[in-house]
Design a protein around this ligand. Structure first.
Ligand SMILES: [Zn+2]
Length: 301
C-alpha cells in the first residue's frame, strides 16, 4: 500500500457485493407457471394444427423442462452463483464431498499456500467426523451444504419431500457442528430439479455452480486435471474440486493446482472476504493476493 492510500470501508460497495453474491430463491415455484403456460401453448398448437405440429411441440416443451435439470448453471429452477463479482486475480476454491480421509492433508496444503477454500460437506459424513469439520472452521475456511446423504444417482429425480429432507437435514447438522448456518449450497453432481429452490429459500441458501473444473473426481492424472482447470481460470472463477475421490489422488491434484495458482498470481479467497474488501473505485481488486486486509483501498488523490 502506498503512502497516498488509506484503508477505508466502503459500505455501499460492500452492499453491492453482498447483493451480487446472494442468490437465495425468491419465487421457488415460478417454474410452475412456465410449465402450465407451455402446456397450454402445446394444447393450442395441437388443436389448431393437429398432431403433426402438436406432438413435436409437446416433446420440445418436455425437453425444456428436463434439460435445465442437468445444466449446473441453468437458472430455470433456482438462481445460481457461477462466478464471483471480482475484477482482481482472485478465485474461489470449492471442495465437494467431504469430510474425508483427505481433509487434514488438504488443510495443510491450503495453509502452506495461504489459500482459503469452501468445503461443501455431506451432512451425514460431517456428523460422522466432527473433528474434521471443527478443523476446517478453526483454520478459517468456509463450509457449504452438499446434501445430507449425497444421493448421486437419483438427486436429479428426488421429489419435494426427499429433496427438502436432503437440504434441511444437512443444514441442521452443519449448523450444529459449525455454530452457524452455511449460506452456500452445491447440488449433487450439479443437478437441480424443480424441488430444490423451496428448501433453499427456507434455509436462506444460495446455490453455487462453478466456472472452472478439471473432472478431478473421475480423471486420475493431476497434470491433466490442473491443465483443464487452468484453461478456465479467470478473475472471479469458481473452481470445482473434490476430496476423497476413488482414484486417491485428490490431495496431489489440489497441491498442484495451488502451485499453479501461485505461479499465475491468483489468490484463493472466500466470497465472504470480497464483502470485507470489495473492488476499489479504480476497478482494481483491493487486497487481491492479500485477503487478510479487511477494507478497500482508496486512493486519496
Ligand atoms: Zn458431490
Amino acid at each position: 500500500m502506498s503512502a497516498r492510500e488509506t484503508v477505508r470501508p466502503l459500505p455501499a460497495a460492500v452492499e453491492a457485493v453482498e447483493t451480487q453474491l446472494s442468490r437465495v430463491p425468491r419465487h421457488p415455484h415460478a417454474w410452475l407457471w412456465w410449465v402450465a403456460a407451455s402446456q397450454l401453448a402445446v394444447m393450442a398448437i395441437w388443436l389448431a394444427w393437429g398432431w403433426r405440429a402438436g406432438l413435436p411441440a409437446l416433446l420440445v416443451s418436455h425437453a425444456f423442462v428436463l434439460v435445465p435439470v442437468f445444466q449446473p448453471c441453468s437458472r430455470v429452477y433456482a438462481p445460481v452463483l457461477a462466478r464471483l463479482p471480482s475484477s482482481g486475480r482472485r478465485v474461489w476454491l470449492t471442495i465437494d464431498d467431504g469430510p474425508s480421509d483427505d481433509t487434514m492433508a488438504i488443510l495443510d496444503l491450503l495453509d502452506r499456500h495461504a489459500a482459503k477454500a469452501t468445503f461443501f460437506l455431506v451432512g451425514e459424513r460431517a456428523q460422522a467426523r466432527p473433528g474434521l469439520v471443527a478443523a476446517i472452521v478453526r483454520r478459517g475456511h468456509g463450509i457449504g451444504n452438499h446434501s445430507h446423504t449425497h444421493p448421486q444417482a437419483w438427486f436429479w429425480a428426488l421429489g419435494p419431500k426427499r429433496m427438502r429432507d436432503e437440504v434441511l437435514r444437512a443444514q441442521q447438522a452443519l449448523t450444529a457442528l459449525c455454530g452457524q448456518p452455511p449460506r452456500w449450497f452445491r447440488s449433487v453432481v450439479g443437478m437441480t430439479n424443480p424441488f430444490v429452490a423451496a428448501p433453499l429459500r427456507t434455509a436462506g441458501l444460495t446455490r453455487v455452480a462453478w466456472s472452472a473444473r478439471g473432472y478431478d473426481a473421475v480423471r486420475a492424472d493431476p497434470a491433466q486435471v490442473v491443465a483443464l482447470i487452468e484453461r478456465d481460470l479467470a478473475p472471479g472463477a469458481i473452481v470445482l474440486l473434490h476430496e476423497g475421490a476413488p482414484h486417491g489422488r485428490s490431495v496431489e491434484m489440489i497441491g498442484l493446482l495451488l502451485q499453479r495458482l501461485d505461479a499465475l498470481d491468483f489468490a484463493s479467497v472466500l466470497p465472504e472476504e470480497l464483502m470485507a474488501a470489495p473492488v476499489a473505485h479504480d476497478g482494481s481488486a483491493a487486497g487481491a493476493k492479500e485477503p487478510v486486509r479487511s477494507a478497500a483501498l482508496v486512493d486519496e488523490r
